[in-house]
Design a binder for this molecule. Structure first.
Ligand code: LMR
Length: 288
């Protein structure tokens, strides 16, 4: 059987690293073969946004929600202890979907389920460097919290290291560019996809010790203190200390340090996130 997946696997298998690459198809009982024994499962599957589509688009949700549900059922059956990194959009809803499926199968470990929001951090470093005229974006560390879509993404420029001084209009423009950076790629690809290469870089970056990631707060040590501040939301992205083999070791509560301006951004984010999270939970809990 021909398949792009086989082609991608063959292509990757030629890279000179210790990693051994193999590809599987559903017809060959692929989920079982791919997942059995896996320690880390990264899920970028699904349709990408098209120009003009927001992360709240119903087609995007309906198609990707079903794909995530089915993949997570496979993980629940064949790799219930794996770390799960969800990239598929809308992340604000697909992570709650994953959690509900895992709960239904009695294997939900909140310390091992992560929505990948690292690309927002990567963008915040790149765009901040460009605004202040620095050639090396990697010198900037700018925390980004909240969710992974439009105004649920909250860059904390006041906590940037090194510090950046911006006029109000430059700050507003920079925040907007970080929040809607994905749109730039979607528009430039003219309907043929969204960010894949910068996302791959972000996924690779995720191997760090402290990463911003969208988690189920009540299940992560330190998450309760964050939940108390973020309007009781169950899921939120904050810097998380990671460890092996346990997963999330500690949620870093940086919320008391945010500026008044950023508190305004957060209030907007809370409303969007509450709706996105409910949509994901309802997709599974409302299902037979
Ligand atoms: C991104 O942030 O670029 C990705 O999540 C893809 C998208 O549709 O925005």
């Amino acid at each position: 059987m021909s398949s792009p997946a086989r082609g991608v696997a063959a292509d990757l298998s030629h890279i000179s690293t210790k990693a051994k690459v193999t590809g599987y198809l559903p017809a060959d009982d692929g989920l079982k073969a791919a997942f059995t024994g896996a320690d880390v499962i990264v899920i970028p599957a699904g349709i990408p946004r098209k120009p003009g589509m927001t992360h709240n688009d119903l087609d995007l949700f309906n198609i990707n929600a079903g794909i995530i549900r089915d993949l997570i059922i496979g993980i629940a059956l064949y790799a219930p202890s794996a770390f799960i990194l969800v990239i598929s959009n809308p992340v604000n809803s697909t992570v709650p979907i994953a959690a509900e499926v895992l709960k239904k199968h009695g294997v939900f470990d909140p310390k091992k389920l992560f929505g990948v929001t690292t690309l927002d951090v990567v963008r915040s470093e790149t765009f901040t460097a460009s605004v202040v005229g620095k050639s090396d974006p990697s010198v900037f560390k700018v925390p980004v919290i909240g969710g992974h879509s439009g105004d649920t993404i909250v860059p904390l420029l006041s906590l940037s290291e090194p510090k950046v001084e911006l006029s109000d209009s430059d700050r507003a423009a920079l925040v907007h560019r970080i929040q809607f950076g994905g749109d730039e790629v979607v528009q430039a690809k003219e309907g043929k996809g969204s960010a894949t290469l910068s996302m791959a870089h972000a996924g690779f970056h995720f191997a760090g010790i402290v990463e911003n990631t969208f988690v189920y707060l009540s299940g992560v040590p330190g998450g309760g203190a964050v939940k108390d501040i973020v309007a009781g939301l169950d899921y939120f992205s904050v810097p998380i200390e990671l460890g092996c083999p346990s997963g999330a070791v500690k949620a870093m509560n940086i919320l008391p340090q945010v500026s008044e301006y950023e508190n305004g951004l957060l209030e907007v984010a809370y409303t969007g996130l509450a709706a996105n999270i409910k949509k994901g939970v309802d997709f599974i809990v409302g299902a037979p």
